[in-house]
Design a protein around this ligand. Structure first.
Ligand code: N7H
Length: 437
C-alpha cells in the first residue's frame, strides 16, 4: 500500500485557502527551520483521512526548480518543464505574452509556495503570522493569492460545479464511484506503480508529486453576455434555456454538474448532485456514431477535450490524468459589473493540479488537446473554456446540437492566464533526508 504518512495531503474541498509564494532569502538559516518549524506542521494524507486528526489549518509546501537550486539540491528531478519553469513554457501554453502575467511569476524570485487551507480567514492569518515569526528573515514573501469557496459551495466563477471528476487512485481510493476513472498511483505520485518516468527521478522524490499552479482570471460578465447573445435556437427552448444549453455544451456539464452526455437538452440537478451517476458516462452510445455524433456532448466541450474518455483508449487517458485541487479567488460579480457586462475587479480560478509527470499531464492537456483545433477530430476547434490561440479569435464547431456544421466564433478569450509556476510537492521524508540538510 501507499505510505500515506509520507504524502502531503491537499484537501480537495476547502473553504479558504492562501497560496503564499516565497523566496528563500537565506538558505543556511532556512534549512534547519524547514525541518524544525515547517515539517511538524505539514499535513499528511493520513491526518486528513480522519476528522479527529485534521488540523485547524492544513499546511503544505512545494518548491520550484529555483527553490531547489537555492537549497543546493543538485539532483535533477528529470522533468524539463519543471526545470525551466513555467515562464519558459509561455508560448507552449498559448499565453499571449507575459504582459498579463503577475509580475512575480514572470520574475525569478518564486522559490516555493506554502498552501494554507482552513475554514476561516482568521485561522489562516493566525497560521501565517506564527509561521512567519518562526521563519524570521530566512524567507521573504513574494506574492500571495487568497482563494475562497463561493456562496454556492463547489462552484467556480462561471457558476459550474467543479471538482466532480477526479481520478480514483489505486491503493488510496477504497471504493471508486461508478464511472470514476481509476488510475495507478504512479500517475499522480512519483515512483509508484504506473509512473512511466520513475527511472528519471531521484529516489528521495518517491511519493512526491508535481504541483502545477496557474492563476486563471475569468471574465464572468463577458462570458454571461456571450451566452445571452448567442442562445441555441431549437424548438421548445426559451432564449434563457438556449443560453444555458450553449454554456453547458461549452463545458460539457450543466451548472449543476450534470453531464450533457446524459442530460443533453435540460439541466438535471438531481443527476448533477448524485456522485453515483454524475461521472458514469463515456460519450459512447449504442444509437450514435462516436466519431461523428455531437448531439449529446460536443467534441470541443472542455471536459471532453481534457479527458476524451471513449474517444481515446484507456492507456491514452491514463497517462494524461491529473488530480485537480483548485479554488476560486476574487469577489462575486457586482451589480455594476453585471449591468455593464464588464469585469472591473479580478476573479478566477487558482488552478492547482498534481501529477507525476507535468509534461505528460497539465502541459500536454493544455498544449496538445485544449489549444489544438484538430483534437480529437480535425476541424473541431479549440476548447471554448481554456483553449487558447494566443489571443486570436477561436472558431468552434459542434456547439449547436441541431447542426454540427454550425460554427461559433469567440472573438475574445473568457479566461486570461496570469501565469504561475511548476512546483514539486516533496514527500515528508525528503524534507528530512535531502531538502533541509
Ligand atoms: Fe477544467 N469550468 O468551470 O468550465 N473544468 N476548468 N481545467 N477540467 C472541469 O468534472 C474550468 C482547467 C480539467 O474527468 C469542470 O470536476 C475552469 C485547466 C479536467 O471529465 C469544469 C477553468 C485544465 C477536468 C471546469 C478550468 C483543466 C476538468 C467540470 C479555468 C488542464 C475533468 C467539473 C478557469 C489543463 C474532466 C468536473 C473529466 C473539469 C471548468 C481550467 C482540466 C466546470 C473555469 C487549465 C481534467
Amino acid at each position: 500500500g501507499l505510505n500515506l504518512d509520507d504524502i502531503q495531503g491537499d484537501i480537495l474541498q476547502k473553504n479558504q485557502e492562501l497560496f503564499y509564494f516565497f523566496s528563500i532569502a537565506n538558505a543556511t538559516a532556512f534549512k534547519p527551520k524547514l525541518a524544525s518549524e515547517i515539517l511538524p506542521l505539514i499535513t499528511t494524507t493520513t491526518e486528513l483521512l480522519d476528522v479527529s486528526t485534521q488540523p485547524i489549518t492544513v499546511l503544505n509546501i512545494a518548491f520550484s526548480q529555483r527553490g531547489l537550486t537555492a537549497l543546493n539540491v543538485t539532483t535533477s528531478l528529470g522533468d524539463a518543464s519543471f526545470a525551466h519553469g513555467q515562464l519558459a513554457d509561455i508560448s507552449t501554453l498559448g499565453d499571449p505574452g507575459s504582459t498579463n502575467w503577475v509580475p512575480q511569476f514572470a520574475g525569478t524570485s518564486v522559490h516555493g509556495v506554502l498552501l494554507f487551507a482552513s475554514d476561516t480567514v482568521d485561522n489562516i492569518n493566525d497560521a501565517v503570522s506564527s509561521l512567519e515569526s518562526a521563519l524570521g528573515d530566512s524567507i521573504t514573501k513574494v506574492y500571495s493569492l487568497a482563494g475562497a469557496a463561493r456562496p454556492v459551495a463547489g462552484t467556480e466563477h462561471f457558476g459550474f460545479q467543479d471538482g466532480i471528476s477526479n481520478p480514483a487512485v489505486t491503493g488510496f481510493t477504497a471504493a471508486p464511484l461508478p464511472g470514476q476513472f481509476v488510475v495507478p498511483a504512479g500517475v499522480i505520485l512519483v515512483g509508484e506503480t504506473g509512473d512511466t518516468s520513475a527511472s528519471a527521478r531521484p529516489a528521495w522524490a518517491k511519493d512526491g508529486s508535481f504541483l502545477v499552479f496557474r492563476q486563471l482570471k475569468q471574465l464572468v460578465p463577458e462570458f454571461n453576455k456571450f451566452l445571452a447573445d448567442h442562445p441555441i435556437v431549437e424548438d421548445g427552448l426559451t432564449a434563457q434555456q438556449g443560453s444555458d444549453l450553449l454554456g453547458a455544451r461549452m463545458v460539457g456539464r450543466w451548472k449543476s454538474g450534470a453531464p450533457v452526455d446524459l442530460a443533453p437538452r435540460f439541466d438535471d440537478p438531481a443527476l448533477g448532485a448524485d456522485p453515483t451517476r454524475n461521472n458514469n458516462f463515456t460519450f459512447s452510445h449504442p444509437d450514435a456514431v462516436l466519431t461523428t455524433n455531437q448531439t449529446r456532448c460536443p467534441f470541443a466541450a472542455h471536459i471532453r477535450k481534457v479527458r476524451p474518455r471513449a474517444d481515446l483508449g484507456t492507456p491514452e487517458n491514463t497517462v494524461r490524468a491529473i488530480m485537480r485541487s483548485g479554488i476560486p479567488y476574487g469577489l462575486e460579480v457586482s451589480d455594476e459589473e453585471a449591468a455593464s457586462n464588464t469585469t472591473s475587479t479580478e476573479r478566477g480560478l487558482a488552478f492547482v493540479a498534481y501529477m507525476s509527470n507535468p509534461s505528460n499531464g497539465f502541459r500536454f492537456l493544455q498544449q496538445a488537446w485544449a489549444n489544438n483545433p484538430n483534437f480529437a477530430h480535425a476541424g473541431v476547434g479549440v476548447d471554448p473554456i481554456i483553449g487558447s490561440l494566443v489571443g486570436a479569435e477561436r472558431v468552434i464547431t459542434g456547439l449547436d446540437p441541431t447542426n454540427s456544421n454550425v460554427t461559433t466564433t469567440l472573438t475574445t478569450d473568457f479566461i486570461i492566464s496570469r501565469g504561475g509556476e511548476y512546483f514539486f510537492s516533496p514527500p515528508l521524508s525528503a524534507i528530512t533526508s535531502t531538502l533541509s540538510v
